[in-house]
Design a protein around this ligand. Structure first.
Ligand code: FES
Length: 170
């Protein structure tokens, strides 16, 4: 599929407030003097994802083709073109975690957040991901919340961690 046809699938519309925010973030990052990756990272850091409508603004700032910006945003797994939650919960379902009960952790997270893996809560507070090994098998089963590893996870521990965040967010 050509970059051009991929671009046609992206909704590049952007509400005026988000558009102003993107312009501000780009200015704070030095505008055209910033590198493409650092500009995209800055937008994602503040908005929790890369709104596709922000990409034409970046393209104009850097005087680069939109197709190039879209390719970079799609290539790096760390960028998300879909809205993401403020908190990212990742459960490992790799072999070591699986044999130590990861499915029960996953079920508890789904139950508490009321979403399935690969989904984001409607209030955009949580996104829930699964991975196939986090490289910390000795700690299995592992759950990561906002980059912090929690090993030897149990459904009860998972519940406590999520409820603590829910209390803070309420
Ligand atoms: S299998 Fe879960 S950390 Fe390796």
């Amino acid at each position: 599929m050509s970059d051009e046809s991929k671009d046609q699938k992206l909704d590049l519309s952007l509400d005026s407030e988000t558009s102003r925010n993107v312009e501000r973030i780009l200015t704070e990052q030095g505008g055209a003097r910033g590198s493409l990756i650092s500009l995209l990272q800055a937008i994602q850091k503040e908005l929790n994802y890369l709104p596709p409508g922000a990409l034409p603004i970046v393209a104009r700032q850097l005087n680069l083709p939109l197709s190039q910006i879209v390719s970079v945003a799609r290539f790096y797994g760390s960028f998300s073109l879909l809205p993401r939650g403020k908190h990212i919960v990742t459960c490992c379902l790799g072999t070591a975690c699986h044999v130590r009960g990861a499915a029960r952790i996953l079920a508890e997270v789904s139950r508490i957040l009321r979403i399935d893996p690969d989904e984001t809560t409607e209030d955009k507070i949580f996104s829930f991901d699964i991975v196939r090994c986090l490289g910390a098998c000795a700690l299995a089963p592992v759950m990561v919340v906002d980059g912090v590893f929690h090993g030897k996870m149990t459904p009860k521990k998972a519940k406590n961690i999520l409820q603590h965040i829910l209390r803070e967010e309420s």
